[in-house]
Design a protein around this ligand. Sequence first.
Ligand code: NAD
Ligand code: ISE
Length: 339
Amino acid sequence: MTVNIGIIGLGMIGQDHLKRLNHTVSGAQVTAVCDINHAMADNTAAEYSAAAFYHADDLINSPLVDAVFICSIGPAHKAQILSAFRAGKPVFCEKPLTPTADEAQAIIDAEVASGKRLLQLGFMRRFDPGYQALKQAIQGGELGNILLMHCAHRNPAVPESYTTEMAINDSATHEIDIIRYLLNENIVAVRVDKPAKKSRRACAHLRDPLIVIFETESGVRIDDELFVNCDYGYDIRCEVVGENAIAGLTEQAATWTRASTGLSHAISRSCMERFAIAYDREVQCFIDHVSRSAALSGPSAWDGYMVALVCDAGLASLKTGQRHDVALPVCPALYLPAL
Ligand code: NAD
Ligand code: ISE
Protein backbone atom coordinates (compact mmCIF):
# COMPACT_ATOMS: atom_id res chain seq x y z
CA MET A 1 0.00 0.00 0.00
CA THR A 2 1.26 3.50 -0.82
CA VAL A 3 0.61 5.97 1.99
CA ASN A 4 -0.65 9.35 0.73
CA ILE A 5 1.04 12.09 2.74
CA GLY A 6 0.01 15.69 3.28
CA ILE A 7 2.80 18.03 4.45
CA ILE A 8 2.05 21.19 6.44
CA GLY A 9 4.90 23.74 6.45
CA LEU A 10 7.15 23.89 3.41
CA GLY A 11 10.24 25.60 4.81
CA MET A 12 13.65 24.05 5.32
CA ILE A 13 12.72 20.72 6.92
CA GLY A 14 9.35 20.45 5.12
CA GLN A 15 11.12 20.56 1.73
CA ASP A 16 13.72 18.05 2.94
CA HIS A 17 11.06 15.56 4.11
CA LEU A 18 9.11 16.11 0.89
CA LYS A 19 12.05 14.95 -1.23
CA ARG A 20 12.72 12.07 1.17
CA LEU A 21 9.10 10.89 1.02
CA ASN A 22 8.96 11.00 -2.77
CA HIS A 23 12.46 9.76 -3.60
CA THR A 24 14.22 7.99 -0.71
CA VAL A 25 11.85 6.05 1.51
CA SER A 26 9.55 3.36 0.16
CA GLY A 27 5.77 3.12 0.41
CA ALA A 28 4.85 6.83 0.37
CA GLN A 29 3.98 9.69 -1.94
CA VAL A 30 3.19 13.31 -1.17
CA THR A 31 -0.27 14.13 -2.50
CA ALA A 32 -0.94 17.45 -0.72
CA VAL A 33 1.08 20.38 0.59
CA CYS A 34 0.12 23.36 2.75
CA ASP A 35 1.73 26.62 3.77
CA ILE A 36 0.39 29.96 4.98
CA ASN A 37 2.77 31.39 2.39
CA HIS A 38 0.51 30.87 -0.64
CA ALA A 39 3.25 31.20 -3.24
CA MET A 40 5.29 28.55 -1.41
CA ALA A 41 2.28 26.19 -1.38
CA ASP A 42 1.46 26.83 -5.05
CA ASN A 43 5.04 26.49 -6.31
CA THR A 44 5.75 23.33 -4.30
CA ALA A 45 2.44 21.77 -5.36
CA ALA A 46 3.25 22.47 -9.02
CA GLU A 47 6.77 21.03 -8.69
CA TYR A 48 5.56 17.77 -7.11
CA SER A 49 2.13 17.41 -8.81
CA ALA A 50 0.42 17.66 -5.42
CA ALA A 51 -2.68 19.60 -4.32
CA ALA A 52 -2.04 23.01 -2.70
CA PHE A 53 -3.74 24.12 0.54
CA TYR A 54 -3.36 27.33 2.55
CA HIS A 55 -5.06 26.14 5.76
CA ALA A 56 -3.84 23.10 7.71
CA ASP A 57 -7.38 21.89 8.52
CA ASP A 58 -8.27 21.74 4.83
CA LEU A 59 -5.26 19.52 4.08
CA ILE A 60 -5.86 17.35 7.15
CA ASN A 61 -9.50 16.72 6.20
CA SER A 62 -8.82 16.14 2.51
CA PRO A 63 -9.56 12.62 1.18
CA LEU A 64 -6.23 12.93 -0.70
CA VAL A 65 -4.40 12.52 2.63
CA ASP A 66 -3.92 9.29 4.66
CA ALA A 67 -1.30 10.65 7.09
CA VAL A 68 -0.03 14.10 8.01
CA PHE A 69 3.51 15.52 8.29
CA ILE A 70 3.64 18.65 10.47
CA CYS A 71 6.69 20.72 9.56
CA SER A 72 5.32 24.15 10.49
CA ILE A 73 6.87 26.23 13.29
CA GLY A 74 6.53 24.98 16.91
CA PRO A 75 3.77 27.42 18.01
CA ALA A 76 1.50 26.04 15.23
CA HIS A 77 1.94 22.36 16.20
CA LYS A 78 -0.69 21.96 18.93
CA ALA A 79 -3.73 23.01 16.84
CA GLN A 80 -2.55 20.99 13.84
CA ILE A 81 -1.87 17.82 15.87
CA LEU A 82 -5.27 18.00 17.59
CA SER A 83 -6.99 18.56 14.24
CA ALA A 84 -5.25 15.46 12.77
CA PHE A 85 -6.25 13.42 15.84
CA ARG A 86 -9.88 14.51 15.34
CA ALA A 87 -9.68 13.41 11.70
CA GLY A 88 -8.26 10.03 12.86
CA LYS A 89 -5.10 10.49 10.74
CA PRO A 90 -1.63 9.40 11.94
CA VAL A 91 0.80 12.26 12.47
CA PHE A 92 4.52 12.69 12.06
CA CYS A 93 5.32 15.96 13.85
CA GLU A 94 8.64 17.74 13.77
CA LYS A 95 10.13 18.65 17.13
CA PRO A 96 9.39 20.44 19.38
CA LEU A 97 6.03 18.82 20.11
CA THR A 98 5.02 22.27 21.43
CA PRO A 99 7.08 25.16 22.79
CA THR A 100 5.52 24.82 26.31
CA ALA A 101 4.49 21.90 28.53
CA ASP A 102 0.93 23.23 29.01
CA GLU A 103 0.28 22.93 25.28
CA ALA A 104 1.86 19.45 25.24
CA GLN A 105 -0.43 18.29 28.06
CA ALA A 106 -3.50 18.83 25.83
CA ILE A 107 -1.96 16.55 23.20
CA ILE A 108 -1.22 13.82 25.76
CA ASP A 109 -4.82 14.02 27.03
CA ALA A 110 -6.24 13.67 23.50
CA GLU A 111 -3.94 10.78 22.52
CA VAL A 112 -4.55 8.89 25.77
CA ALA A 113 -8.32 9.34 25.27
CA SER A 114 -7.99 7.74 21.81
CA GLY A 115 -6.40 4.66 23.43
CA LYS A 116 -3.75 4.38 20.67
CA ARG A 117 -0.48 6.05 19.74
CA LEU A 118 -1.28 8.38 16.84
CA LEU A 119 1.90 10.46 16.72
CA GLN A 120 5.61 9.98 16.05
CA LEU A 121 7.80 12.92 17.01
CA GLY A 122 10.79 14.02 14.93
CA PHE A 123 13.58 13.35 17.46
CA MET A 124 15.67 11.85 14.66
CA ARG A 125 18.85 11.51 16.72
CA ARG A 126 17.41 8.28 18.20
CA PHE A 127 17.78 6.80 14.67
CA ASP A 128 21.40 7.98 14.21
CA PRO A 129 23.93 5.10 14.06
CA GLY A 130 26.41 7.02 16.28
CA TYR A 131 23.95 7.66 19.11
CA GLN A 132 22.64 4.08 18.82
CA ALA A 133 26.20 2.74 19.24
CA LEU A 134 26.70 5.01 22.27
CA LYS A 135 23.52 3.62 23.83
CA GLN A 136 24.76 0.07 23.26
CA ALA A 137 28.09 0.92 24.90
CA ILE A 138 26.28 2.35 27.94
CA GLN A 139 23.87 -0.60 28.21
CA GLY A 140 26.67 -3.14 27.63
CA GLY A 141 28.31 -1.91 30.84
CA GLU A 142 31.77 -1.29 29.35
CA LEU A 143 31.80 2.33 30.55
CA GLY A 144 30.83 1.34 34.08
CA ASN A 145 28.85 3.71 36.26
CA ILE A 146 28.02 6.84 34.18
CA LEU A 147 29.10 10.06 35.90
CA LEU A 148 29.08 12.87 33.36
CA MET A 149 28.20 13.81 29.78
CA HIS A 150 29.62 16.63 27.67
CA CYS A 151 27.51 17.79 24.71
CA ALA A 152 27.87 20.53 22.13
CA HIS A 153 25.27 21.75 19.65
CA ARG A 154 26.87 24.11 17.15
CA ASN A 155 24.98 25.56 14.18
CA PRO A 156 26.79 27.65 11.55
CA ALA A 157 24.09 30.35 11.70
CA VAL A 158 20.44 30.97 12.56
CA PRO A 159 17.91 33.40 11.02
CA GLU A 160 17.06 36.72 12.69
CA SER A 161 13.71 35.26 13.80
CA TYR A 162 15.60 32.85 16.11
CA THR A 163 15.35 34.00 19.74
CA THR A 164 17.51 33.21 22.79
CA GLU A 165 14.59 31.16 24.18
CA MET A 166 14.73 28.98 21.04
CA ALA A 167 18.26 27.90 21.99
CA ILE A 168 16.40 26.03 24.76
CA ASN A 169 12.98 25.09 23.37
CA ASP A 170 14.03 24.53 19.74
CA SER A 171 17.74 23.52 19.64
CA ALA A 172 18.50 21.98 23.07
CA THR A 173 15.34 19.86 22.75
CA HIS A 174 17.53 17.41 20.80
CA GLU A 175 20.04 17.02 23.67
CA ILE A 176 17.26 16.80 26.26
CA ASP A 177 15.65 13.93 24.36
CA ILE A 178 18.89 12.11 23.56
CA ILE A 179 20.08 12.34 27.18
CA ARG A 180 16.86 10.57 28.27
CA TYR A 181 17.29 7.99 25.48
CA LEU A 182 20.97 7.29 26.19
CA LEU A 183 20.79 7.19 29.98
CA ASN A 184 17.29 5.71 30.24
CA GLU A 185 16.30 8.19 32.92
CA ASN A 186 14.68 11.59 33.22
CA ILE A 187 16.20 15.02 33.75
CA VAL A 188 15.21 16.51 37.12
CA ALA A 189 17.00 19.88 37.18
CA VAL A 190 18.32 22.52 34.76
CA ARG A 191 20.48 25.62 34.98
CA VAL A 192 21.22 27.94 32.07
CA ASP A 193 24.45 29.97 32.22
CA LYS A 194 24.96 33.04 30.05
CA PRO A 195 28.70 33.45 29.46
CA ALA A 196 29.82 37.05 29.82
CA LYS A 197 31.32 37.04 26.34
CA LYS A 198 28.83 37.02 23.51
CA SER A 199 29.61 36.07 19.91
CA ARG A 200 29.94 39.11 17.63
CA ARG A 201 28.23 37.13 14.87
CA ALA A 202 24.96 36.80 16.83
CA CYS A 203 22.31 39.47 16.17
CA ALA A 204 21.78 42.09 18.86
CA HIS A 205 18.80 40.38 20.52
CA LEU A 206 20.50 36.96 20.84
CA ARG A 207 22.60 35.60 23.75
CA ASP A 208 24.96 33.19 22.03
CA PRO A 209 26.61 30.94 23.18
CA LEU A 210 24.78 29.51 26.22
CA ILE A 211 25.81 26.67 28.53
CA VAL A 212 23.05 24.47 29.93
CA ILE A 213 23.66 22.15 32.87
CA PHE A 214 21.26 19.22 33.32
CA GLU A 215 21.02 16.72 36.17
CA THR A 216 19.30 13.35 35.88
CA GLU A 217 17.37 11.29 38.45
CA SER A 218 20.49 9.26 39.35
CA GLY A 219 22.67 12.40 39.56
CA VAL A 220 24.48 12.33 36.19
CA ARG A 221 25.70 15.90 35.39
CA ILE A 222 25.53 16.99 31.74
CA ASP A 223 26.88 20.18 30.21
CA ASP A 224 25.58 21.32 26.82
CA GLU A 225 27.20 24.13 24.82
CA LEU A 226 24.68 25.81 22.54
CA PHE A 227 26.46 27.98 19.99
CA VAL A 228 24.16 28.71 17.07
CA ASN A 229 26.23 31.22 15.06
CA CYS A 230 29.58 29.47 15.17
CA ASP A 231 30.14 29.65 11.38
CA TYR A 232 32.52 26.66 11.36
CA GLY A 233 29.98 24.06 10.34
CA TYR A 234 27.24 21.99 11.96
CA ASP A 235 28.99 20.32 14.86
CA ILE A 236 27.23 17.92 17.23
CA ARG A 237 29.27 16.38 20.03
CA CYS A 238 28.52 13.94 22.78
CA GLU A 239 30.91 12.29 25.23
CA VAL A 240 29.72 9.94 27.94
CA VAL A 241 32.11 9.69 30.90
CA GLY A 242 31.94 6.47 32.91
CA GLU A 243 33.95 5.22 35.86
CA ASN A 244 35.75 2.63 33.66
CA ALA A 245 35.80 4.23 30.20
CA ILE A 246 34.65 7.15 28.10
CA ALA A 247 32.77 6.96 24.76
CA GLY A 248 31.85 9.65 22.27
CA LEU A 249 30.52 10.41 18.80
CA THR A 250 33.20 10.52 16.09
CA GLU A 251 33.42 13.01 13.25
CA GLN A 252 30.94 11.89 10.63
CA ALA A 253 33.02 12.10 7.43
CA ALA A 254 33.52 8.70 5.77
CA THR A 255 36.91 9.56 4.25
CA TRP A 256 39.93 11.79 4.89
CA THR A 257 42.59 13.34 2.68
CA ARG A 258 46.32 13.53 3.39
CA ALA A 259 48.22 16.20 1.43
CA SER A 260 51.47 18.12 1.84
CA THR A 261 49.45 20.72 3.76
CA GLY A 262 48.15 18.17 6.31
CA LEU A 263 45.32 15.81 7.04
CA SER A 264 41.73 16.93 6.30
CA HIS A 265 38.18 15.72 6.04
CA ALA A 266 34.86 17.33 5.12
CA ILE A 267 32.56 18.78 7.77
CA SER A 268 28.75 18.90 7.78
CA ARG A 269 27.25 22.31 7.09
CA SER A 270 23.70 21.53 8.25
CA CYS A 271 21.52 19.14 10.23
CA MET A 272 20.21 17.81 6.91
CA GLU A 273 23.73 16.66 5.99
CA ARG A 274 24.76 15.46 9.45
CA PHE A 275 21.59 13.51 10.20
CA ALA A 276 20.56 12.39 6.67
CA ILE A 277 20.57 8.70 7.62
CA ALA A 278 18.64 9.33 10.82
CA TYR A 279 15.93 11.34 9.01
CA ASP A 280 15.57 8.60 6.36
CA ARG A 281 15.21 5.95 9.05
CA GLU A 282 12.70 7.85 11.20
CA VAL A 283 10.50 8.58 8.19
CA GLN A 284 10.69 4.96 6.96
CA CYS A 285 9.71 3.83 10.47
CA PHE A 286 6.61 6.07 10.35
CA ILE A 287 5.58 4.94 6.86
CA ASP A 288 6.05 1.24 7.72
CA HIS A 289 3.78 1.54 10.75
CA VAL A 290 1.12 3.55 8.94
CA SER A 291 1.04 1.18 5.96
CA ARG A 292 0.41 -1.74 8.35
CA SER A 293 -2.19 0.30 10.28
CA ALA A 294 -0.06 -0.38 13.37
CA ALA A 295 0.05 1.85 16.45
CA LEU A 296 2.98 4.21 15.98
CA SER A 297 6.34 3.64 17.68
CA GLY A 298 9.52 5.73 17.91
CA PRO A 299 9.73 9.00 19.86
CA SER A 300 6.29 9.76 21.29
CA ALA A 301 4.16 12.70 22.39
CA TRP A 302 5.16 11.71 25.95
CA ASP A 303 8.83 12.18 25.02
CA GLY A 304 7.84 15.58 23.63
CA TYR A 305 5.99 16.44 26.84
CA MET A 306 8.96 15.40 29.03
CA VAL A 307 11.25 17.56 26.89
CA ALA A 308 8.80 20.49 27.12
CA LEU A 309 8.80 20.24 30.94
CA VAL A 310 12.61 20.45 30.97
CA CYS A 311 12.46 23.38 28.53
CA ASP A 312 9.98 25.24 30.79
CA ALA A 313 12.46 24.88 33.67
CA GLY A 314 15.28 25.95 31.33
CA LEU A 315 13.40 29.07 30.26
CA ALA A 316 12.77 29.95 33.92
CA SER A 317 16.50 29.50 34.57
CA LEU A 318 17.36 31.68 31.58
CA LYS A 319 15.57 34.50 33.44
CA THR A 320 16.81 33.84 36.99
CA GLY A 321 20.22 32.26 36.40
CA GLN A 322 19.25 29.76 39.13
CA ARG A 323 18.86 25.98 39.04
CA HIS A 324 15.22 24.97 38.44
CA ASP A 325 13.75 21.58 39.30
CA VAL A 326 11.55 19.63 36.89
CA ALA A 327 8.43 18.02 38.43
CA LEU A 328 7.93 14.61 36.81
CA PRO A 329 4.31 13.52 36.21
CA VAL A 330 3.21 9.86 36.23
CA CYS A 331 3.47 8.29 32.78
CA PRO A 332 0.18 6.97 31.33
CA ALA A 333 0.16 3.24 30.43
CA LEU A 334 -0.12 4.11 26.72
CA TYR A 335 3.50 5.31 26.71
CA LEU A 336 5.15 2.59 28.80
CA PRO A 337 8.03 1.77 28.69
CA ALA A 338 8.48 5.53 28.84
CA LEU A 339 12.06 6.19 27.67
P1 NAD B 1 10.99 27.30 8.39
O1 NAD B 1 10.72 28.63 9.01
O2 NAD B 1 12.06 27.14 7.37
O3 NAD B 1 9.63 26.73 7.75
C1 NAD B 1 8.41 26.74 8.40
C2 NAD B 1 7.31 26.82 7.34
O4 NAD B 1 6.04 26.66 8.00
C3 NAD B 1 7.27 28.19 6.64
O5 NAD B 1 7.22 28.00 5.23
C4 NAD B 1 5.99 28.85 7.17
O6 NAD B 1 5.38 29.71 6.24
C5 NAD B 1 5.14 27.61 7.47
N1 NAD B 1 4.10 27.84 8.47
C6 NAD B 1 4.19 28.54 9.63
N2 NAD B 1 3.02 28.49 10.29
C7 NAD B 1 2.18 27.74 9.54
C8 NAD B 1 0.84 27.33 9.70
N3 NAD B 1 0.10 27.69 10.76
N4 NAD B 1 0.28 26.54 8.72
C9 NAD B 1 1.02 26.17 7.65
N5 NAD B 1 2.30 26.55 7.44
C10 NAD B 1 2.87 27.31 8.37
O7 NAD B 1 11.23 26.33 9.63
P2 NAD B 1 11.99 24.92 9.62
O8 NAD B 1 13.41 25.15 9.93
O9 NAD B 1 11.61 24.15 8.42
O10 NAD B 1 11.35 24.29 10.96
C11 NAD B 1 10.03 23.79 10.98
C12 NAD B 1 9.87 22.85 12.19
O11 NAD B 1 10.78 21.77 12.04
C13 NAD B 1 10.22 23.50 13.54
O12 NAD B 1 9.38 22.94 14.52
C14 NAD B 1 11.67 23.09 13.76
O13 NAD B 1 12.01 23.02 15.12
C15 NAD B 1 11.68 21.72 13.13
N6 NAD B 1 13.01 21.33 12.60
C16 NAD B 1 13.49 20.14 12.95
C17 NAD B 1 14.73 19.75 12.50
C18 NAD B 1 15.31 18.46 12.96
O14 NAD B 1 16.53 18.34 12.96
N7 NAD B 1 14.51 17.50 13.35
C19 NAD B 1 15.48 20.57 11.65
C20 NAD B 1 14.92 21.78 11.28
C21 NAD B 1 13.67 22.16 11.75
C1 ISE C 1 16.56 23.15 14.24
O1 ISE C 1 15.18 23.40 14.43
C2 ISE C 1 16.84 21.69 14.38
O2 ISE C 1 16.06 20.93 14.83
C3 ISE C 1 18.25 21.33 14.15
O3 ISE C 1 18.45 19.94 14.22
C4 ISE C 1 19.03 22.03 15.24
O4 ISE C 1 20.41 21.74 15.11
C5 ISE C 1 18.82 23.54 15.18
O5 ISE C 1 19.54 24.15 16.24
C6 ISE C 1 17.35 23.86 15.31
O6 ISE C 1 17.14 25.26 15.23
